[in-house]
Design a protein around this ligand. Structure first.
Ligand code: SAJ
Length: 442
């Protein structure tokens, strides 16, 4: 049975006759579904959001990196269809689980989406005869401790009756220099046969599938990747605080350090840590280690520094207005850029949200402009992006650069505004003396 099943699956993968289910059709699941469909597989996507399912079945994409023009031929050819019913996965040969793994308010992991997916797969097909690959970022041990038992409820064994693996996603919305095909993908299997089958499937859409020794190792790889970023961003943010105390320009220091051709990797300070990955993932690791009575100090310290940065930016605004004999209270403050990083529209965990809240709490009238974000609603405020004109810039008592989208014309902005707090070094390369505005950095 074991040899038959593995050989059957490997043959179907090689012949592209395998049918693949994707659970979770978001920014990770949809690109994977499209890539596998274009590789020749029949894809059944399952998502709890009926609106997304309807849009996909009409060939309409809601994911930035997937063009509708890409979807239409796949949907019309019957290579890709979406459903809200897990029952539609009963007869597929493989399932990739790409559901969200957020944090609860308590900063504890919320793996309820993973559990729901595993329970539904078990209920409708118990995974028998299938390859199941978890892609959602999670703490080491999740695949083995949460997914595997639900697939083994009736005595089925991984590597014999089903194949189980973990492969962290490396989708970076908006990135064009690396594609799914050219971005190496780490893969850990519950058994060697699980790894072999998973590598065979993913090897049809990824040039380099990197095997590791276990699912937990693969889970840890992802957390190292993103914890590496969170900790180094925390370090450079603390360097900004230190340079402020020392009366040094942190941007000059960072740029000069970045000339070191080896042994250094440039990170830049900013207004805080946004996004759906970097502020979240390291807490999955620190939470897991707490259950093992270990305190992941770097993660906690980086989170403390990074989450302080919005307050630091607001202190810079307060001091800058004070030098103009103005109070924050009653001032009109214009925020430029509210997405969590340049040139995208995603505002999840964006530091701009904290900066706006903090300024409003201090009595400021806050408006914003962001070419990618038309409306911004968050815990008590509902704002609309206002037109960016010489008048709106003139009328602001202070303009705060939170996200430096490439489309901004900084020299023009510097000529229209009176006071600018720049948290991104957006005016680098410009002679501040030639600008009408007084520009204050971090
Ligand atoms: N940030 C800084 N200083 C930096 C870098 C980032 O303040 O030097 C801020 C950003 O403004 C943002 C947050 O940190 O608010 C996160 O930025 P990010 O560049 O890490 O962007 P993300 O969250 O989109 O991270 C994704 C990750 N990709 C995946 O998880 C597959 C990450 O591994 C990538 O390295 C990153 O994109 C990227 O390089 O764009």
């Amino acid at each position: 049975m074991k040899q038959n099943l593995k050989q059957q699956l490997l043959h179907k993968i090689e012949q592209r006759t395998a049918r693949v289910g994707i659970v979770g059709l978001g920014y990770v699941g949809l690109p994977l579904a499209v890539a596998l469909a274009e590789a020749g597989f029949d894809i059944v996507g399952v998502d709890v959001d009926a609106e997304k399912v309807a849009l996909l079945n009409q060939g309409q994409s809601y994911v930035e990196d997937v063009a509708s023009a890409t979807l239409v031929p796949l949907v019309q050819a019957g290579k890709l269809r979406a459903s809200t019913a897990y029952a539609d996965l009963a007869d597929v040969d493989a399932i990739s689980i790409c559901v969200p793994t957020p944090l609860r308010k308590t900063k504890d992991p919320d793996i309820s989406y993973i559990i729901h997916a595993a329970d539904q797969i078990a209920a409708h097909s118990n995974g028998r005869g299938k390859l199941i690959v978890l892609e959602s970022t999670t703490y080491p041990g999740t695949t083995e401790e949460v997914i595997q038992p639900r697939l083994s409820q009736n005595g089925d064994q991984p590597g014999r009756d089903f194949f189980l693996a973990f492969s962290p996603e490396r989708i970076d919305p908006g990135r064009t220099d690396y594609t799914m095909w050219t971005t190496p993908k780490v893969m850990g299997g519950t058994t060697p046969d699980c790894l072999e089958v998973a590598q065979a499937l993913y090897g049809t859409v990824v040039q380099n599938v990197v095997p590791v020794s276990s699912t937990a190792a693969a889970e840890m790889v992802k957390l190292l990747e993103n914890t590496f970023r969170a900790v180094n961003i925390g370090l450079v943010n603390e360097v900004a605080l230190m340079c402020d105390k020392l009366g040094l320009n942190v941007w000059e220091v960072v740029e000069a350090a970045a000339t070191k051709p080896y042994g250094f990797m440039k990170f830049t300070p900013g207004p805080g840590l946004g996004g759906h990955c970097i502020p979240i993932d390291p807490h999955y690791l620190s939470w897991k280690l707490k259950t093992l009575n270990y305190n992941a100090r770097f993660i906690e310290l980086a989170a403390e520094v990074n989450s302080h940065m919005p307050e630091y930016v607001v202190s810079k605004v307060t001091d800058a207005l004070n030098e103009e004999r103005k109070a924050v209270n009653g001032s009109h403050i214009l925020i430029l850029g509210v997405a969590y990083k340049p040139n995208i529209s995603d505002v999840r965990e964006s530091p701009a949200l904290d900066v706006i809240h903090l300024l409003q709490e201090r009595g400021a009238t806050v408006t914003y402009h962001d070419p990618y974000v038309a409306d911004l609603s968050h815990e008590g405020f509902n704002l609309r992006s206002e037109a960016l004109t010489d008048t709106t810039l003139h009328n602001a008592d202070c303009v705060v650069i939170v996200t430096d989208h490439a489309s901004y014309e900084w020299e023009w902005i510097g000529q229209q505004a009176g006071l600018i707090v720049d948290s991104r070094n957006a005016f680098k390369g410009l002679d501040h003396n030639s600008l009408a505005a007084r520009v204050v950095g971090l």
